[in-house]
Design a protein around this ligand. Sequence first.
Ligand SMILES: C[S@@+](CC[C@H](N)C(=O)[O-])C[C@H]1O[C@@H](n2cnc3c(N)ncnc32)[C@H](O)[C@@H]1O
Length: 213
Amino acid sequence: MPEPLYHAALPAYLDSLVPERNAVMQEMEQRARATNFPIIGTAAGHSLYQITRMIKAKSVFELGSGYGYSTAWFCKAVQENGGGVVHHVVWHEDLSRDARGYLDRMGYSDLVQFHCSEAVEALKSTPGSFDVIFNDIDKIGYPASIPVIKERLNPGGVLMIDNMLWHGRLFDASDHSAESEAIKETTKMLISDPDFITTLLPIRDGVIVAFRK
Ligand SMILES: C[S@@+](CC[C@H](N)C(=O)[O-])C[C@H]1O[C@@H](n2cnc3c(N)ncnc32)[C@H](O)[C@@H]1O
């Protein structure tokens, strides 16, 4: 067996491969560093962007959007795909307001629909179906969100979910926290569902990419 590839320098190396972001995205990254806010990060954000471009997605629904960093990656992709809609959903008014500010400064206002509410409820009450759904809500909410998401994801679309390695806690056999159990359950749901082709990308904290056949 070859030695494991993972090295302490890997996350920074992967981030260093991503082309320079615009000034507003850099400001958002700096805010995350300064406040310890859990944005998806540079390399994983770039992978969301790449996959959204690859499937030529026109409609994106995000669950748990924070102040809009992951949203900015989706907006860039959808704009380059010729336009469409990106739904930003977070239940904190201050974060929703901050996201409007950042996304407006990047010229994405026309693409984004903002929902300030619980994310799964927002998905249920928003008409239509989506090419990309991105899930980054509180982890205990993941299992219950999957059937709702599946119903609203277009065939040929992609579901992406962050934190599926949960900072390595999944590998601690004594950790039976609700979050770890929810992440394991969600992973099992997707890998055993014949309607999805699912891979866990070990970028940053682990991003599941599930292609809806
Ligand atoms: C991990 S952070 C979001 C990071 C964002 N996706 C990014 O990468 O820039 C998740 C945010 O969603 C909020 N949130 C968590 N669960 C939620 C839910 N069920 N409905 C709405 N917002 C939720 C959290 O309070 C937090 O502000």
